[in-house]
Design a protein around this ligand. Structure first.
Ligand SMILES: [Zn+2]
Length: 302
């Protein structure tokens, strides 16, 4: 390309970038805030969601996660992959536990669709995984080693998680997925098996935490499906309002739910910004999942 036209293209792309930075992406709403002293877990989770939501490019969102893991003293590694015309990059990190213990893998997709800020879908889930990484680094599980994964290109068809499973090298004892973990009083758990021990552990943990549990095999598609399709054990968690669950399932079944649940108004739209999330609720959800996983781990004593 001739030099001059390259400059024109550069100027044009700078102008577009400037527009993109200043264009409002959501109806004006006060940014959420929590008191870091009285609610440190909520404030930490929110800071991660805000930092990821401020970053549009997939690489910038991963950089937020990389900095956070580094700050926790957790070594991460980037694992590039390609799938057809797409290429992406997963982030993987060992958190704690001895190398010969069975693996508990916690994961969330870090990519977003083109519209909106990807705060709920899925900075919220990524921030939940970061919070759990911090907790299991501080106090490891007794019978499992813990690793975390941040998948790329979920929105293009679970491509990052599929690449990990296709690689086939490290099969976890259980993969626990987090997608849409932004508000509400109900932990929505996808499990293909009602007798999966983590279901009972989640019920006890949500009772202790004062939130509800809804567990079943009907659930929107996310990265856990890449594992389940390979016959690898997996579950997925979301956090939202109880009334949204049946309506969301209707929407994914191709029906038109009335009313349209909040989650279906927010994700994959310009409304997916930090103004929609509830950090105090999310921190409560993280508490419940941490308790559930510790219970599950304790029960798998040899
Ligand atoms: Zn998602």
């Amino acid at each position: 390309m001739p030099h001059k036209s390259r400059l024109v293209v550069l100027a044009l792309s700078l102008a577009i970038a400037a527009c993109a930075q200043t264009a409002p992406v959501a109806p004006a709403a006060p940014p959420p805030s929590v008191d870091a002293t009285s609610q440190p877990a909520a404030a930490g989770w929110l800071a991660d969601v805000v930092a990821m939501s401020d970053s549009q490019a997939a690489g910038d969102r991963r950089a937020v996660i990389q900095r956070r893991l580094q700050g926790l003293g957790i070594q991460w590694r980037a694992v590039p992959f390609s799938a057809g015309e797409h290429s992406g990059e997963n982030l993987l990190a060992d958190v704690s536990g001895s190398a010969d213990a069975p693996l508990l893998l916690l994961g969330a997709h870090s990519d977003k669709v083109d519209v909106g800020r990807g705060a709920t879908d899925n900075a919220s889930g990524s921030a939940a995984v970061l919070a759990l990484a911090e907790r299991f680094k501080r106090e490891p599980l007794r019978h499992h080693r813990v690793a975390v994964a941040f998948w790329d290109l979920e929105e293009r068809g679970l491509l990052g998680a599929k690449a990990y499973v296709a690689d086939g090298k490290v099969k976890p004892a259980l993969y626990v997925n987090f997608d849409v973990f932004g508000w509400g009083d109900t932990l929505w758990m996808m499990t293909p098996d009602a007798n999966q021990p983590l279901v009972a552990a989640s019920r006890a943990a949500t009772d202790e935490t004062g939130i509800s549990l809804s567990a079943g095999d009907k659930y929107p598609p996310s990265d856990h499906l890449a594992f389940l399709k390979a016959g690898w054990p997996a579950v997925s968690y979301s956090l939202l309002g109880a009334a949204e669950i049946p309506l969301t399932l209707e929407a994914f079944a191709g029906k038109k739910p009335k009313p349209v649940p909040k989650v279906m108004q927010v994700i994959h739209s310009d409304a997916d910004t930090v103004s929609q999330v509830d950090a105090v609720a999310a921190a409560r959800g993280v508490d419940a999942v941490e308790r559930a996983l510790r219970r599950w781990d304790a029960q798998s004593a040899p």
